[in-house]
Ligand binder design. Structure first.
Ligand code: PFF
Length: 434
């Protein structure tokens, strides 16, 4: 079975798929609104600091553990100690929980693409968004279609499915992004948006920002649910994990910045507020699209861009469980995907309906959607990241000197992997669950 494991065609396709996993709704939907709610440029400074330093360690840990063990998540933990397999199993479980709310947003995106084609003039996007998210049948249908699209690529396997999707969607994504940035920067007073992004006001700094920035950085890099772990396990050739990790971090940060450069100038140009939260992309931007020349086309392109990013990330989430089902339970890929489809639907449908008819169904005071987001971001992702660091640092004894030439940085990496990052993650867990 071992030598039947799939592998990447080349280092390039692996990097593209890993960047495709990292660049998603976290960059284009979540990052701008979180930045908008946390003071703009000052948040960016903190975020950059964290993503360039702390996040390098768990990113390398995840990729290396996958590459060294050449196993899906459960098998990798089990190979160190059979008792650890339950810890490994937290990864696909986290993945399924994340998919169940992430794909709801994927469904909204599909709806907005269709809306662009239907050319219907909507005057109040706030109202439209609330009403649409409450509509049970249409909403569930869009969520399931989004799930089906991602599943389609996962079912086709690494080369024909995952590599193909990333090879097509990522260049398209980059092209549309460039076009939209150029359009946004040409709007009157666009410079106000750039000032908001790049002129930090240090008086606004507060400790809460560090927490939000770390949570966002882990989420956007796809750390903590086994996606990069699984992608790393398909690396065969002797490619440098450190270089791959840098490339993923830089590309992801670059795209998050570009998303900001696309969104904030447009918002400031129309005198709107950047801190409207999750509705920024679904309410504020459509309002702007409705005012500009060729707004329908721009809207379709924007939501297509968002869909491309979400699909390449969604595929990586699905692959974690697909790998477990195919390798561990010896199911064919198609069977694994059908099973996953039903399993995910069981959670994704209540999450979708939590904006409408299931709005009153609360778990610890949260709707299903909010609960899934909370439990994964505040508990499971930091916990999984903690366990991967422990596995890599203490059991697999991964050392910085094997991939970092500079002795000082190698030492810092070792301390980070064994002590500092696990301690920070425990702190994050403590504060996140308080
Ligand atoms: N990194 C993705 C984003 O920014 O949207 C989300 C994500 C993908 C999280 C894959 C976790 C994961 F395993």
């Amino acid at each position: 079975m071992e030598n039947q494991r799939p592998s990447w065609t080349s280092r390039g396709t692996f990097i593209l798929a890993a960047v495709g996993s990292a660049v998603g709704l976290g960059n284009i939907w979540r990052f701008p609104y979180i930045m908008g709610q946390n003071g703009g440029a000052i948040f960016l400074v903190i975020y950059l600091l964290i993503i360039m330093t702390i996040c390098f360690v768990p990113l390398v840990a995840e990729l290396s553990t996958g590459k060294i063990t050449q196993k899906e998540c459960i098998g990798a933990f089990e190979s160190v100690n059979p008792k650890f397999k339950f810890i490994g199993a937290l990864n696909p479980i986290t993945g399924i929980l994340i998919i169940s709310f992430y794909f709801v947003v994927g469904g909204w995106i599909l709806n907005y693409i269709c809306l662009g084609f239907s050319k219907c003039g909507i005057s109040d996007y706030g109202n439209y968004f609330t009403q649409f998210t409450q509509a049970p049948v249409a909403n569930c249908l869009y969520t399931l279609i989004f799930l089906f699209i991602c599943m389609f690529f996962t079912a086709r396997g690494i080369k024909k499915g995952i590599e193909f999707a990333n090879n097509v969607l990522m260049p398209l994504f980059a092209l549309i992004l460039i076009f939209l940035i150029i359009s946004s920067l040409q709007l009157p007073n666009a410079h106000l948006g750039l000032e908001y992004m790049f002129k930090p006001d240090f008086s606004k700094i507060n400790p809460h920002m560090f927490l939000v920035a770390l949570g966002q950085a882990l989420f956007t890099l796809s750390i903590g649910m086994g996606a990069l772990f699984t992608y790393g396990s398909y690396i065969k050739e002797d490619s440098s994990i450190a270089k791959s990790a840098y490339t993923i971090i830089f590309s992801d940060t670059f795209f998050a910045l570009l998303a900001g450069i696309m969104i904030f100038p447009a918002i400031f140009s129309f005198g709107l507020q950047p801190d409207s939260g999750a509705g920024l992309v679904f309410v504020t931007l459509p309002y702007i699209f409705a005012q500009i020349p060729n707004g329908n086309l721009v809207s379709i392109l924007f939501f297509f861009l968002l869909a491309a990013a979400a699909i390449t990330s969604g595929i990586s989430m699905l692959e974690v469980s697909a790998a477990v089902f195919t390798e561990r339970f010896k199911l064919s890929r198609i069977k694994a995907c059908v099973l996953l489809f039903f399993l995910i639907s069981l959670l994704a449908i209540p999450a979708t309906l939590s904006f409408g008819i299931l709005g009153d169904m609360k778990i610890i005071g949260k709707t299903v959607f909010e609960f899934l987001d909370f439990i994964t971001s505040n508990l499971l992702m930091p916990l999984n990241t903690f366990f991967v660091c422990i596995l890599a640092g203490w059991f697999l004894k991964i050392k910085g000197e094997t991939f970092l030439k500079n002795k000082f940085f190698a030492k810092v990496f070792d301390i980070g992997l064994k002590y500092a990052v696990p301690a920070i993650l425990l702190g994050l867990l403590y504060i996140g669950l308080k």
